[in-house]
Design a binder for this molecule. Structure first.
Ligand code: PBG
Length: 346
């Protein structure tokens, strides 16, 4: 049976009397299209990732991410407030450490950068939803997402203990949601236990459940200073913990495991090249499902627009809408301020 016949067989009104279906009838005016639109993007869907660098004198533009800044500990408060005033309800915080070591211990130290930046954001804006990225790659001197074993690869179980401490630190500082991004096995369970042990039973976990070893993170690594290569014996990629871009079934298993371990929300990352994964995850689990529109995806549009190849404002809204259509409940995107402005101006 042809595809159209199958659809005809399922849908009630018969098309038998018309020579062909006139789909254009429903597209003929702005009002008609507005009325029949299936998917809507609102500012509530957006999470704005923000960078805070310690020991920085002035907020500094990030060359590889046009329009995005490394905030100082002084400017992060006003920047969060400004995001809130523009309608953005949620931020994800990333620290850029000047106190790196083999384990990334500054990230769980009381009075360390993670503690300070979450506290500053919380003080500046009590109402905003604060997500704290839980990883070590911005805090380790080798740039990997946890301490290394003798083979130069990340030691999974040692990382779990550190994650539990990092999560408790973020929660104590005022994070509403902690978001482990390191793709360690057992990370969600270890974090839940660590949080509950310290009394943070109401802190939610957004797991980067299906995170792929992607080239689209390039500008982020530049921005956050977490490139690999400082240790000669360390692996030069993250392929032993992040997923193979070829694997969809495995992504579903990753998500299932994280839900079992207690994830409140799950994430697919990157976004654009993985819309199929996003759709399948949402359909399979019906969990709050987020997507990370990563640095390379944002940079592609900015650079293409700067080269005159496309209209940034239109392209960015089309991209964000596509995430909603594919099943996302929320979108982490560097375009959040641009989108908030465009949504506000109709
Ligand atoms: C840390 C982390 C990364 C990103 C978010 N958290 C980098 C990585 O895994 O190498 C990438 C975000 C982006 O590209 O926008 N693990």
């Amino acid at each position: 049976m042809s595809a159209l016949k199958q659809i005809k067989a399922k849908s009630a009104p018969s098309l038998e009397f018309s020579p062909f279906a006139r789909m254009r009838r429903l597209r003929k005016s702005d009002a008609m299209r507005d009325m029949l639109r299936e998917t809507h993007l609102t500012v509530n869907d957006l999470v704005f990732p923000m960078f805070v660098e310690e020991e920085l004198d002035e907020r500094t533009p990030i060359g590889s991410l046009p329009g995005i800044y490394r905030e100082t500990e002084r400017t992060i408060g006003p920047a969060v407030k400004q995001a809130w005033n523009s309608g953005i309800k949620s931020i994800m915080l990333f620290g850029i450490s000047h106190h790196k070591d083999g384990e990334g211990s500054d990230s769980w130290r009381k009075g360390g950068l993670l503690d300070r930046m979450v506290s500053r954001a919380r003080e500046a804006c009590p109402e905003i939803v604060i997500m704290a990225d839980l990883c070590f790659c911005e805090y380790t001197d080798h740039g990997h997402c946890g301490p290394l074993n003798a083979h130069g690869d990340v030691d999974n179980d040692a990382t779990l203990e550190n994650l539990a401490m990092q999560a408790a630190c973020a929660a104590a500082a005022g994070a509403d949601i902690v978001a482990p991004s390191g793709m360690m096995d057992g990370m969600v369970g270890a974090i839940r236990e660590g949080l509950d042990r310290e009394g943070h039973t109401d802190t939610a976990i957004l797991s980067y459940a299906a995170k792929f070893a992607s080239s689209f993170y390039g500008p982020f690594r530049d921005a956050a200073g977490c490139s690999l290569g400082a240790y000669p014996h360390a692996r030069k990629d993250r392929a032993t913990y992040q997923m193979d871009p070829a694997n969809a079934e495995e992504a579903l298993r990753e998500v299932a495991i994280d839900i079992e371990e207690g994830a409140d929300m799950v994430m697919v990352k990157p976004g654009l090249p993985y819309l199929d994964i996003l759709t399948r995850v949402k359909a399979e689990f019906q969990m709050p499902t987020f997507v990370y529109n990563v640095s390379g995806e944002y940079a592609m549009l900015k650079h293409a627009a700067a080269a005159g190849a496309l209209d940034y404002d239109k392209a960015v809204m089309e991209m964000l809408l596509a995430f909603k259509r594919a099943g996302a409940d929320g979108i982490l995107t560097y375009a959040a301020p641009d989108a908030a402005r465009l949504l506000e101006n109709g």
